[in-house]
Design a protein around this ligand. Sequence first.
Ligand SMILES: Cc1ncc(COP(=O)(O)OP(=O)(O)O)c(N)n1
Ligand SMILES: Cc1nc(C(=O)O)sc1CCOP(=O)(O)O
Length: 521
Amino acid sequence: MTLDLSLYLVTDSTSAILGSRDIYKVVEEACKGGVTIVQYRDKTSDTGLLVETATRLHEITKRYNVPLIINDRVDVAMASGAEGVHLGQDDMSITAAKKILSKDAIVGISASSVEEAVKAVEEGADYLGIGTLFATPTKTNTKNIIGTAGVKTILDSISRLNRTVGTVAIGGINLSNVQRVLYQSAGQNKALDGVAIVSAIIAADDPKSVAEQFKQAIAIPPPFITGSPEISSSVDAGALAAAVPEVVQKVVNCHPIVHSMINFVVANFVANVAISAGLSPIMSQYGDEAKDLAVHRGGLVINMGTLTSASIGEYLKAIKAYNTNGNPVVLDPVGAGATAIRRDAVKTLMAGGYFDLIKGNEREIRQVYGNTSNLTQRGVDSGPSSLNDVEKATLARDLARRERNIVLLTGAVDYLSDGYRVIAVKNGHELLSKATGTGCAIGTVCGAYMAAYRDDKFLAVLAGLLMYEIAAENAAAKNTVHGPGSFLPAFLDEVHSIWGKASQGNVTWAHGRAKIEEIQL
Ligand SMILES: Cc1ncc(COP(=O)(O)OP(=O)(O)O)c(N)n1
Ligand SMILES: Cc1nc(C(=O)O)sc1CCOP(=O)(O)O
């Protein structure tokens, strides 16, 4: 049997995951759905039952030409005729297992650090189970949560050894993060060979269908090289505009928490916008606090406007907490190209976690993307544009496609993309650019919108943006508004007025107001 690690199913017989279902049926359905290797992992049964279950599982997996691996127990692998074992760092050594097992037996081992991985490869492991990728309720006593950045470091280290070894990541992988796990963890010369999944398949109502969906997600061609045929790039601007009021209503009814690690110049204004919009803001720069805050299904905003020597470490702690809890994170790379410190900060943050939304002006987005030829940035203001409309739309699309996220490139016209769909949003008012904080507040609003409306992040960001920019248009139209000083309070009033209407189910505020255009690239 060939070793195909691409979709590696690890079983779990506990009531929390398997429940009252039949493990044999679940494994058989998963094999039908296309899992390529199965590990029988049972931490509590006695040896007799382990051998009996493994033997029956092996009869099933053989029918699908899928290798069966036994967790921890070389004796059970031998007694059941399974194709191999998976060892933990505290189990028998690879050398000892290889001595006992047949010469073509598969021996895999867990690795959570470069040292463990290198040692395992040198000892002749057939594959590594690299983790813990993300925190997971399936196994809470894990050593080290390493994220995609940790997996990438391990892959880079073992690729230098010039030895053949398979690799899978394990821990918290599900259908919504599997593609970015594969993309973000890829090292320079070595990518993961697959993903190991427990609860997302074993606890699923329909394991076959979920396995099929994993197969599809894993098979999507790498973005950037070719457009993905599975994902539509066409936009129905009218339908998007029509969907916005309902999203705004859902968000205001949900009153999501939004944690802003925001610059001190604008913190007060941004908090006022958030409160006026019916959101629940907290402005905390203390990364360790994020552990407690990240459990509330809110969003996090990283705004680099007033970096200090301590900021990056604090940001990384908070990003990790929100990524681990599956809650959205926004990067607002304020002044990204202005100094060497900020340029490095962008790289560190991009490698250290996942951003659901990157929001910035043209120069900031170019800096994040790495399109920096002839790019100068003197301070944190946007400066004159050097790209035409199509180039801006392309930049937003390409960054979103590369990062598998949403990109909002702000300016007189905003460009919003999820890597496939691209729209231009022509709402807003010039007065928004005449005061500090008005751009930063968009990041906070959109972070909260993505947290409260999870069906479509692209639509969530669009809804937050339109609510904000229509409020600005309403404020600017007031005859009491003569400039930035009178605009800001009027703007807060208008945000609050839309909140009031939306919370009563009144959608008239949005009628005929969205100025959205599809961009075909
Ligand atoms: C594919 C894969 N990777 C890692 C593990 C974890 O194994 P281990 O460290 O032995 O921990 P337990 O599974 O024994 O709790 C795995 N089982 N499979
Ligand atoms: C069995 C196991 N080993 C891990 C490790 O980090 O070594 S994490 C894990 C459980 C993974 O479960 P799920 O896919 O449900 O998150």
